[in-house]
Design a protein around this ligand. Structure first.
Ligand code: NAD
Length: 480
């Protein structure tokens, strides 16, 4: 076990040694991470079962296999993403070559949360290592078995590339007093404020992956049985403790009436008549969250489910028909409750969404192009998905992140590499001919004319100017 300050010092020493910069080192770490996930799969699956009652298959799909796939994707494309990108040089700066290059930031702090305690620590870790950084990892204290597994196994496979600091708020605060080159945080808004304040002290850039309420809008053009299955899967996976889960359903009253029994069928098909005895159904992470969820359900109208067992922290998949003002409509649920909320149509749904904080994702179940494009044009969210909740996370080319209250910045695949890198601007200007002399003082009328002429070309690049002239000539030809 390392003190936070010692872990950061070791991580900085390793980064400063320059060892993490070469592509070969980065690929080696990613390979080691993938090997750990393969060789220690059972250890991590056991930890996830202990922390959250996660079924092995769900752990493979959403945690262990997910990170392995993300890591393999980084390994496959990293060399290409790191290639310098040429940038055109305007006439005024010619001759010269300009390009950008992704360079490592330094020591990255990754603060994880408990609901996907493998995915949400190791996917950012993979991105930070791919970008050539060293990492200090702080797993969530609310998933203690997974935290212990990370402390136990990461050093064996990654050595000092990833220093793990276990513990709770005091340890996180000690870490935040140190200087990092980037802080990547996943969790709630209150802790995010603490993180951002601490980051301001050292002017450290942050990525904040936060929560929010993800709405699902359904209209009568959707295939309701398939919609019910997909919404139930997204909502009740990990017992509802998923940041991108559909938090509530917005639909016209007659659509809700048709959807409700289909949701019950979908829940029964996935977890049986008594989900308490289904190994496929998870448990609430701790008593505090259990009591919070119970209070939300009891403060509303339960139409299906609602059964619970505080001892095992089982809370049944539950459908609610809330009244306006019920607490369940006012906060992120983060549990297995699904309120069905009537609206007159898409415009009221959009108004309701826009009256709250910007969601991490908006889900639309409709074949109507007008409805689909209205949600695209009139709402703002981290992601917009038609026909499927949560599945956008598995598309490695898509950025994963929020906007407004649901977060700052994004990651996954190339977006991770860019998040954890600095895009450095570079210019190479030959000594001869020494055209820069044209800008030197002393200034006077003649110099003024030269500078004005030069600046009028400032935005033009030779190739582009040629293209534009040719285009203009073609356009003139068409007119005459
Ligand atoms: P949490 O309590 O595990 O906190 C997250 C981390 O912050 C932990 O490592 C914890 O030690 C630290 N922390 C908490 N309070 C702190 C404080 N006062 N000072 C310093 N450090 C502190 O997680 P949580 O906040 O319960 O997480 C749930 C939230 O996370 C939900 O809102 C959920 O939507 C969001 N979430 C977002 C994503 C995403 O990718 N956008 C994923 C999962 C969860």
């Amino acid at each position: 076990m390392h003190t936070p300050a010692a872990a950061v010092a070791r991580s900085r020493e390793l980064f400063d040694s320059g060892v993490s910069r070469p592509l070969a080192w980065r690929l080696e770490q990613l390979g080691n991470l993938r090997r750990m996930l393969a060789e220690r799969r059972e250890d991590f699956a056991g930890a996830l079962l202990s922390d959250l009652g996660k079924h092995r298959s769900e752990s493979q799909l959403t945690e262990i296999g997910f990170v392995a796939a993300e890591t393999a994707h980084l390994e496959r494309h990293l060399a290409a993403w790191l290639r310098a990108r040429r940038v055109d040089v305007p006439l005024a700066v010619q001759p010269g070559r300009a390009w950008t290059e992704l360079t490592p930031l330094g020591v990255v702090l990754v603060i994880g949360t408990w609901n996907y305690p493998v995915q949400l620590t190791l996917a950012p870790l993979a991105g930070a290592l791919a970008a050539g950084n060293t990492v200090v990892l702080k797993p969530s204290e609310h998933a203690p078995a997974t935290s212990a597994a990370l402390v136990r196994w990461l050093p064996d496979y990654l050595g000092g590339a990833a220093e793990v600091v276990a513990g709770g708020i005091p340890e996180t605060k000690s870490l935040l007093a140190e200087r990092f080159d980037h802080i990547f945080f996943t969790g709630g808004q209150d802790a995010a404020r603490v993180v951002m304040r601490a980051a301001a002290e050292h002017l450290t850039p942050v990525t904040l992956e936060l929560g929010g309420r993800c709405p699902a809008f359904v209209d009568r053009t959707a295939d309701l049985a398939t919609t019910a299955g997909r919404i139930a899967w997204g909502r009740f996976m990990n017992a509802g403790q998923t940041c991108v889960a559909p938090d509530y359903v917005l639909a016209a009253p007659e659509v809700l009436d048709a959807l409700e029994p289909l949701l019950v069928d979908a829940i029964t098909a996935m977890f049986g008549k008594d989900p308490a005895s289904s190994a496929s159904y998870g448990r609430i992470v701790d008593d505090r969250h259990f009591e919070r969820i119970a209070e939300l359900a009891d403060g509303s109208t339960v139409v299906h489910g609602g059964q619970r067992d505080p001892g095992s922290r089982y809370f049944a998949p539950t459908l609610l028909r809330p009244a306006p003002g019920d607490a369940v409509l006012g906060e992120e649920i983060f549990g297995p409750l699904l309120p069905l909320v009537p609206v007159t149509g898409r415009d009221e749904a959009i108004r309701m969404i826009n009256s709250g904080s910007k969601p991490l994702a908006v889900y639309v179940f409709s074949k109507d192009d007008g409805v689909r494009s209205a949600f695209a044009a009139e709402t703002s969210s981290g992601a917009l998905a038609y026909g499927a909740p949560a599945a956008h996370l598995t598309v490695p080319g898509l950025p994963f992140g929020g906007v407004g209250g649901s977060g700052i910045g994004a990651y996954h695949g190339e977006h991770s590499v860019r998040t954890f890198s600095h895009e450095r601007a570079a210019l190479d200007k030959p000594m001869w001919p020494d055209t820069l002399r044209l800008a030197y003082p002393p200034y006077g009328t003649a110099k003024d004319k030269v500078l004005t002429a030069l600046l009028s070309f400032a935005g033009r690049v030779p190739g582009r100017a040629k293209d534009r002239d040719a285009r203009d000539r073609r356009a003139k030809g068409r007119e005459s």
